[in-house]
Design a protein around this ligand. Sequence first.
Ligand SMILES: Cc1ncc(COP(=O)(O)O)c(C=O)c1O
Length: 400
Amino acid sequence: MKYDFNKIINRQKTNAMSVSGYRDYLFANNPDIDLPFNDDEFISMWIADMEFAVAPEILDAIKQRLDQQILGYSQIFEPDYADAFLAWTQSRYGWTFDKKHLLNSHGIVPALFELIKLTCKPDEKVLIMTPSYGFFKHAADGNNNELEMSNLLCDNGHYTMDFNDIENKAKDDKVTLCLFCNPHNPTGRVWSEDELKQFAQICLDNNVTIISDEIHCDLLRAGQSFTPLAKLFPDENIITCMAPSKTFNLAGLMFANLIIPDDGLRKKWIENNFPIVNPLSLAGAQAAYSDGHKWLDDLIEYLDGNFDFLSQFLTKNLPKAIYQQSESTYLAWVNLSAYFDKSENLTEFFAQKSGVLLEGGDMFVGNADGCIRLNLACPRVRIEEGLKRITKSINQREQL
Ligand SMILES: Cc1ncc(COP(=O)(O)O)c(C=O)c1O
């Protein structure tokens, strides 16, 4: 491997959500909660960013941009960025899109909030699949849209879509938008082409607009392949969201890609969102897509090792855990319901008893009792320490 993912980097006093912002997010109802650990004593496995240094190619590009000395208002006028991103989707997914359809936003979450406003009337409903990334719900709530939740089916930790249920919900005339996650956070599923076709056809037949959030698509386990939904339906108005943020640990740069084929919607977006970009974010994103292939391939190899480590650890130490390796993302979704009552707040339990910050099932909207999400994008020694602490507190609880 050319790059080092074992290096421990101290994030204290860098304003990192991961180590300094967990109270307001994980314990939103009680941010002053008394916890028996100092901030720097926790193992942080919650928010979806990485403990790894950004690729030197990206840091160099940002430094070069800084050397140009002026950071004034910027928009994307040069063709280089769109060319680099298009070359990326072509080489990784065999997918080309019309460059005219590409817009940029200050992150996918802000884009979801805005797109819901532009596509959904207040009395219309938004369809999501549960468990779900929490901000899908927050975005619908933000526009006062009611949610329709379709529970994913789970067979020994393997999740699939319930097409009958999705169809029944999509038939409701009030359901006009689906926020779709592929690869899926938190289960890690990479939906197959057959699954994608079946799902999208239901939505198209029932006039349900699809926003396909594909932010995790670059982080595939070895042997997995990813298909952008819009590649399968090139003539339909499917909205695609992708970003360099998860892939290259650039979330703080707040830069994401939206591919919006519908001319009217794109026009509305532009009217409501002046397309200004942060020049440092642009430089970083462009370098990521142009020069980041090798770094990403190394990262994927390292993450695969972390996932293998977790599998072996669980089999040996927590054999009643139900777990299937995520097909993408750096997030592991582990069902610990054999060890806990449904009512237990797992986020709080592991923060209190283990000194591990993680997200329990209640943070994923529904259909997630007894589950935890573990972020494995950190040096393996940290994962080992986190898992040992988790196991110790479960064992202590079992002995009570
Ligand atoms: C499915 C999904 N969408 C969006 C985001 C966040 O996107 P952004 O940081 O670009 O707002 C996340 C972060 O975890 C995510 O998992």
